[in-house]
Design a protein around this ligand. Structure first.
Ligand code: EPZ
Length: 417
């Protein structure tokens, strides 16, 4: 299982490069199923969630080769329609295989993905949209059996700009008969990356990054080569690591445009942020100012996946800040761990009031979820004394060699297996 041990107080300085985006590569790996062709994908991060998706693709019959950050997938041999329950349980975002498998062979059997640490995570928007594309869905004993004799293009109005539902519809619509329009689509950059992969494979998708996406169905796809975009949430996490340790850190291999909401909030907190298109530097020399209000919103609003990390920063600000978590219903579990370090945080439903304290104190902690775990690492970097974080498998789902990157920047951090 392993634990992270941090002796806090070191100032982080230097340069690091960001890996490929977890939330881009997962839908792209699902998309490799559709065409029965070969995909060569670069900048693939080494993460537990990517390994789970690989295991699912192998269980369906795909062939996969991996050399460092390059992955080759041949989905021609796929001969199964059932996704292993234990793998869906480990990674609920495998639900986007529904659209891909329906596009490939018109059928899939997959277990209902449970909720997780941050909310009950319903998939009603996915199911409603797939039915509009002509999919028949039977739900029994926790299993979803989806079948479509013929997928037909449809005009779909999403009640909420759900990232996963947008991706599922795109994947199902790629080879549907006719045109599909998704309105109130999610606008996250990872959806633009998925569109780029699909179009390189011969699909006809337009509008990703806006709230209206149009997919014209095609008969077949081709072999494809693609380079995954870099991970904006990993980049944002390192930005906050610099800010919390009075550091001076340069982050390379990013798309600065994707980080504007985070840059704006760090500047509001008194940090200096210098940037060009693909790199930025975060400098903090005179402490952290409180932020009156941070509201998490769908992109391009402030990302919910950065909420926990921002709470760590604001717990040592010189004043009171407010965070409103509007996307998930229970994404404050990290607050109780920060309080054990001496933070002064009060939770009122989906609102957190953070009264900054002068210093946090290292204690034994438990990671409760992926971004909450990253939050505790950040707090440990700034805390006085030694912080021990257990259940670090949560963190390993979405951060590649986090402790090694932080060691390179001067942190006194190690993993004890
Ligand atoms: C994606 O999850 C990301 N995961 C999440 O990142 C991210 O937090 C989230 O988008 C929001 O940006 C991946 O891309 C693998 P949603 P997803 O559907 O698609 C509700 C991380 O830390 N909803 O946009 O599951 C839902 O309950 C992870 O990397 C419905 O009500 O997010 C939530 O409140 C965590 N019905 C809101 O919409 C539905 O059918 C946003 O969910 C679908 C969603």
């Amino acid at each position: 299982m392993g634990k992270i041990i941090i002796n806090g107080g070191n100032r982080l300085t230097g340069e690091i490069s960001v890996s490929g985006a977890k939330n881009a590569i997962l839908p792209i790996l699902a998309a490799t199923v559709i065409g029965g062709k070969e995909s060569t994908i670069f900048n693939v991060p080494k993460l537990r969630d990517v390994e789970v998706m690989e295991e699912i693709l192998l269980s369906l019959g795909s062939r996969i080769r991996r050399i460092d950050k390059m992955m080759w997938v041949d989905s021609k041999p796929i001969d199964s329609i059932r996704i292993p329950e234990e793998l869906v349980g480990e990674m609920r975002s495998s639900i986007i295989l529904m659209g891909a498998m329906l596009g490939r062979c018109g059928e899939i059997i997959i277990s209902y993905p449970g909720g997780c640490e941050i909310g009950h995570r319903p998939i009603d928007l996915h199911l409603k949209a797939l039915r509009e594309l002509g999919v028949e869905i039977e739900e029994s004993h926790g299993l979803l059996h989806c079948k479509a004799r013929e997928l037909k293009g449809a005009e779909i109005q999403l009640d909420y700009p759900s990232v996963g539902a947008t991706e599922n519809i795109m994947l199902a619509a790629v080879k549907a008969k006719g045109t599909t329009i998704i309105r109130n689509a999610a606008r996250e950059p990872e959806i633009v990356d998925l569109q780029e992969y699909l179009n390189r494979a011969g699909a006809r998708v337009n509008g990703a990054g806006t709230s209206v996406i149009i997919i014209e169905g095609v008969d077949r796809l081709t072999d494809v080569t693609h380079t995954t975009m870099s991970d904006r949430i990993v980049a944002g996490t390192y930005m906050i690591a610099s800010a919390m340790t009075n550091g001076e850190v340069i982050i390379n291999n990013i798309v600065t445009e994707h980080l504007q909401a985070i840059i704006a909030k760090l500047r509001e907190a008194g940090c200096l942020v210098y940037s060009n298109n693909s790199s930025l530097k975060v400098v903090n020399t005179n402490g952290i100012r409180p932020i009156e209000m941070i509201q998490t919103l769908p992109y391009p609003g402030f990302p919910t996946d950065m909420q926990a990390q921002m709470m760590a920063l604001l717990s040592i600000a010189n004043g009171t800040s407010i965070i409103s978590e509007t996307v998930f219903e229970s994404r404050f579990k990290h607050a109780e761990e920060l309080i054990r370090m001496g933070a002064n945080i009060k939770i009122f439903g989906k609102v957190a009031v953070i009264k900054g304290v002068k210093e946090l104190t290292g204690v034994k902690l438990n990671a409760k979820d992926l971004r909450g775990g990253a939050c505790l690492v950040l707090a440990g970097l700034a805390a006085m004394g030694t912080t021990e974080i257990d259940d670090i498998y949560h963190i390993e789902r979405g951060y590649e060699d986090l402790h090694i990157r932080l060691q390179e920047l001067g942190a006194d951090i190690k993993v004890v297996k």
